[in-house]
Design a protein around this ligand. Structure first.
Ligand code: UT7
Length: 320
């Protein structure tokens, strides 16, 4: 019998502090009108000084575990997708494991920038299919506010902090129908934080830089491609898709993707207006919202599609 995995619980967390476009108007030379018309963003959440990625991950995980109706100790595998880890090491996944009071399960971070959750879910699904684990926790958690140049209007208006989590359960039927992952490292310089730690000091500039236009065009191209790839692999038509949950970077990227797919925006879950781009957290945050408000229902086809630095991109197709 083939082993599969399915999502049985979702959760998310947003830090309390909200930074609006009006707040940003007082920090850099920008306007609410520019940010909203170019990106669809009105506001973003920002973590408190004492909140790290693992704290956001913990709050989201507790909600996902509660929704799944299991105990933390039941979890056999933890994957945390993050580009903003608490520290160089140990991994944020290990820190989260301790905060959840779990011992002995494997725990590791997934670094694929904004595609991190899709990569993490695909990896966890592979582990689950080995039959070795009953339940897995997959989290996307980010504190991008720490790696932004708050004087650079071309990037600081785009990102926010948050976390989303899912619990996977081993099952005899999908669940997760397919995963497709891609990367092209020749684009590494287009979106990066080119700093690192060297000899006790920071070497290079540890703040986000981006060729916005190149990222924009690439994102529209590959989101459409991965959607087509997932549908073809499962012998489904575009009309079989109930929900598209794309990475939430820019409403214009999302609208262009929906247009190319011939999908009405009513079938696309969007949170970018309120959350901005939360990188690896954006898809699980949007997923949790649509599950909790009842939009996503049993039997529906849900396509997660991510794209981000690396470049990395990929999809996970789910029968809910
Ligand atoms: O998660 C994946 C990573 N990120 C993304 O997917 C983001 C992808 N890129 C984008 O979303 C868009 O390219 C941006 C929103 C970043 C930029 O939009 P754009 O329509 O490509 O604008 P642009 O970069 O061509 O800039 C247009 C103008 C420039 O002025 P000039 O040179 O035309 O005089 C910028 O200096 O807008 C200016 N500008 C701003 N003006 C007011 C850039 N940022 C701002 C700002 N406020 N915050």
């Amino acid at each position: 019998m083939t082993i599969h995995s399915r999502i049985i619980g979702t959760g998310s967390y947003l830090p309390a502090k909200v930074l609006t476009n009006q707040d940003l108007e007082r920090m850099v030379d920008t306007t609410d009108e520019w940010v909203f018309t170019r990106t669809g963003i009105r506001q973003r959440h920002v973590a408190a000084d004492n909140e790290n990625a693992s704290d956001l991950a913990l709050a989201a995980s507790r909600r996902a575990i509660e929704a799944a109706g299991i105990r933390p100790q039941d979890i056999g595998l933890i994957v945390v997708a993050t580009t903003t880890p608490d520290m160089v090491f140990p991994s944020t996944a290990c820190i989260l494991q301790a905060k959840l009071g779990i011992r002995n399960s494997p725990a590791f971070d997934m670094q694929a920038v904004c595609s991190g959750f899709v990569y993490g879910l695909a990896a966890a699904n592979q582990f689950m299919r080995s039959g070795q684990y009953g339940y897995a926790l997959v989290v996307g958690a980010e504190v991008y506010s720490r790696i932004l140049d708050w004087k650079d209007r071309s990037t600081c208006v785009l990102f926010g902090d948050g976390a989303g989590a899912v619990v996977l359960k081993r099952d005899n039927a999908p669940g997760i129908m397919s995963c497709h992952l891609h990367a092209d490292g020749s684009y590494a310089g287009m979106l990066s934080v080119p700093g690192t730690v060297r000899g006790g000091a920071v070497s290079g500039r540890p703040l986000l830089k981006m060729e916005g236009n190149t990222v924009f065009k690439f994102a529209v191209k590959v989101l459409d491609e991965v959607a087509a790839e997932a549908l073809a692999a499962n012998h489904l038509r575009k009309s079989d898709l109930d929900w598209l949950i794309p990475h939430q970077a820019n409403i214009r990227i999302i609208q262009a993707t929906a247009r190319k797919l011939g999908l009405s925006m009513e079938k696309v879950v969007t949170t970018v207006e309120r959350h901005a781009n939360t990188s690896a957290a954006s898809i699980p945050l949007a997923l949790d919202e649509a599950v909790r408000d009842g939009r996503i229902r049993a039997g529906q086809h849900v396509l997660l599609a991510g794209v981000g630095g690396g470049f990395t991109w990929g999809s996970v197709l789910i029968k809910w």
